[in-house]
Design a protein around this ligand. Structure first.
Ligand code: ATP
Length: 347
């Protein structure tokens, strides 16, 4: 069952110095959901987060929280906390006091503060670190303090702005799993900003793909990966082969110089389309058996698979395969109907 909407953005417009940044953005975020804003640098992810937090005032549009209009409410009156990429910890305070800060503002009694802080430090894996100065902690430990501080008041919604951006790859992957576990255990709505598509696909219930201040697609990680709505999403989410094609009739599309059976229907006869084929969905076969043939240009070992660039006519295919072909070799390629994703062609 879908949870009720907690945050609703309605037709949000934001300009900076007369430059449009968000141009009428609307979005519903559900309670207990892990939502990620994903898009290239400058597309408006952080600005959207800041509108929800109350740090940026939209020029027009409304922000609703549990159905109440909070557009003009200051940040500290919203049931929302923020974890910033740069942690923003207080260097003169120890770990305990950094986490306790939000509770002290609310003048909770000392015993309650102590038990809540110790419990939260345990949740984020920092039991025993209470007295440490935050300046003596590693990047990953500082990030945990920032997360504990964001969660200590049990906000309904936690905003996270590229919180793992400063960590090395291994630690980032560990923290991704931990954040997901935390979010599920505490049942708090997480709204997360990243430009890393793998991070978005790993952690989210819902991914919001943005470009140029507009939402391109909203969906589950599987939907976004398997059924991109346009070439921008297909290209941004993982590597893709994107070709122009013509949809002759239901279940029959032409691209790369030949016809293919597909599972799509409902297009106009001979409608111009774009065809997306993921690199891992192309089967490499002997040249004589291929629906298409091409010449291998290069082969790169990627750990779990080989990445090959294959020239076919004037198109260069990217193929992921567990078996390497040789540069210069002529290979065959087969693409099953389920592996062909079709989108109307954009002008
Ligand atoms: P990144 O991943 O690089 O952080 P982003 O998608 O989060 O990018 P935003 O930070 O929302 O993008 O910025 C969107 C646009 O608004 C950018 O062109 C940015 O330069 C501009 N912008 C953001 N904040 C301000 C500000 N306070 N004053 C002027 N322009 C701003």
């Amino acid at each position: 069952m879908e949870h009720p909407v907690v945050v609703s953005l309605q037709d949000i417009v934001v300009d900076f110095d007369g430059e449009p940044v968000l141009t009428g953005l609307s979005l519903d975020i559900h309670d207990k959901e892990f939502v990620t804003f994903l898009g290239p640098s400058g597309c408006g992810k952080t600005t959207t987060l800041r509108v929800i937090g109350g740090f940026v005032q939209p020029k027009s549009g409304r922000v609703l929280f549990d159905g109440q209009d909070i557009t003009n409410l200051p940040p500290y009156k919203r049931h929302v906390n923020t974890v910033f990429q740069k942690y923003a910890l207080f260097p003169h305070l120890n770990v305990f006091e950094n986490v306790a800060f939000g509770l002290r503002l609310k003048s909770r009694d000392e015993k309650a503060i102590r038990s809540q802080v110790l419990q939260m430090l345990e949740v984020v894996g920092l039991k025993g670190f209470e007295r440490r100065r935050v300046t003596t902690l590693s990047g990953g430990q500082q990030q945990r303090v920032a997360i504990a501080r964001g969660l200590i008041n049990r906000p309904r919604v936690l905003l996270l702005d590229e919180p793992l951006g400063a960590l090395d790859l291994k630690l980032r992957k560990e923290m991704q799993l931990e954040l997901k576990r935390l979010q599920q255990a505490l049942e708090i709505t997480f709204i997360y900003v990243t430009h890393d598509q793998e991070e978005a696909l790993t952690m989210s219930d819902t991914v919001v793909v943005m470009n140029g201040g507009l939402i391109q697609q909203i969906g589950s990680p599987e939907d976004i990966y398997n059924e991109p709505t346009n070439a921008f999403v297909a290209d941004f989410i993982g590597e893709s082969n994107i070709l122009n094609g013509v949809m002759h009739r239901d279940f029959l599309v032409e691209f790369a110089g030949r016809e293919f059976t597909c599972v799509d229907k409902g297009f106009a006869p001979n409608q111009l389309v774009q065809v997306v084929v993921r690199p891992e969905d192309i089967q490499v076969v002997p040249a004589i058996q291929g629906q298409l043939t091409g010449v291998v240009r290069d082969v790169i070992f990627k750990g779990v698979h080989f990445e090959m660039h294959v020239e076919q006519g004037d198109f260069e295919w990217i193929i992921h395969s567990t078996r390497a072909s040789q540069p210069g070799e002529m290979i065959g390629m087969c693409i099953g109907p389920d592996e062909i994703h079709i989108m109307p062609r954009e002008e």
